[in-house]
Design a protein around this ligand. Structure first.
Ligand SMILES: [Zn+2]
Length: 332
């Protein structure tokens, strides 16, 4: 058993309470590689922001869960080395699907886990979440649950249709399951192709797709029922069109990739939404920088030559999200 406290990590409890009260949201960035980890830590330290580093099933398959845990431990030490005296870093399991997986992460240094029972019948979701909560709370690990279903594809989490969270269920669900935060479905979606062209309108000036707006009425209704309770938004990449353009201009092919407009995320951050998950935007920033580099310098073959600009571009994106969208800067 390794407690996250020994690693210098923190859980989400105090962080979320401050974020809800302060009207901002904590960034939850997924990571799979060294360069992503470095960029996340550099961005968080430079902006004095708390940060959630999260590990999905795909990340564990790609990089190995043990290695990622040690990278998070390294992230804390790296933040200190960069001059941050008291880093507020959470290591979070994204979309845990079984009690056993959550337990394994809790036993091995994660400070927060998500148990995603959103595809199960309501009562089974509660029972599974409650089981994880009871184990996690023994070790002061916080638990995120999900109610409602997001559309889209994220690693191995996929659904064709979305079901908005029903405000009538949130009090019963959070009380009986004991979860510390709740991921809801109000129209965000996993992946870089969040919406089909048919679901969108087109901006007549630019020809770009304009996605349907988030269901703020449902969010506000949930806030009313659960005052001050931490709410989480998954599938909240914005799919920056300049990165998509760079990718497409240098041999890529991402037609009609579209995300959640940043103004809407900014608005959500001011509410009880205190954790916003961003994964695809990091992938796009990395890919755009690498494609551009190879196009301009076809003779390069040292990975450091193209991973360095990739890391820089991701860092720039993380800082932008923290300062311009979530408002979590200067909150340490
Ligand atoms: Zn998700």
């Amino acid at each position: 058993m390794t407690s996250y406290k020994e690693l210098g990590l923190v859980n989400t409890r105090e962080m979320f309470a401050k974020a809800v009260a302060g009207g901002y949201a904590i960034p939850a960035f997924n990571f799979n590689t060294l360069e992503q980890m470095q960029a996340i830590v550099q961005a968080a330290v430079e902006t004095k922001s708390p940060v959630i580093m999260q590990v999905s099933k795909g990340a564990r398959n790609y990089a190995n869960g043990t290695i990622l845990r040690y990278m998070a431990q390294g992230a804390v030490e790296y933040a200190k080395e960069l001059g941050c005296e008291n880093p507020q870093i959470v290591l979070h399991l994204d979309h845990g699907d079984t009690f056993e997986l959550c337990k394994d992460c809790i036993d091995n240094g994660f400070s927060s886990v998500m148990i995603d029972g959103s595809s199960l019948p309501y009562e089974e979701n509660i029972a599974l979440t409650k089981k994880v909560v009871e184990y996690a709370h023994k070790f002061d690990v916080t638990v995120e649950a999900e109610l409602g279903v997001l559309a889209g594809v994220e690693d191995e989490v996929a659904s064709e249709v979305s079901h908005y969270t029903k405000p009538d269920e949130v009090v019963d669900f959070s009380t009986r399951s004991g979860c510390d935060s709740l991921a809801i479905s109000i129209g965000t979606s996993h992946g870089a192709y969040k919406f089909t062209p048919e679901q969108c309108t087109r901006d007549p000036k630019t020809g770009r797709l304009v996605p349907p707006p988030l269901a703020f009425d449902i969010l506000h209704e949930i806030e009313k029922r659960l005052p001050g309770f931490p709410i989480v938004l998954h599938g909240s990449s914005s799919v920056p069109q300049d990165e998509v353009d760079t990718i497409n201009a240098h041999g890529g092919k991402l037609p009609d990739a579209v995300g959640i407009p940043e103004e809407q995320l900014r608005e959500a951050s001011k509410s009880a939404v205190c954790k916003i998950n961003i994964d695809s935007d990091s992938r796009l920033a990395m890919t755009a920088a690498i494609r551009k580099h190879f196009d301009e310098k076809p003779g390069d073959f040292d990975p450091r030559q193209y991973l360095k600009p990739a890391r820089e571009n991701m860092k720039k994106m993380y800082i932008h999200k923290i300062v311009e969208v979530l408002g979590s800067n200067n909150k340490l």
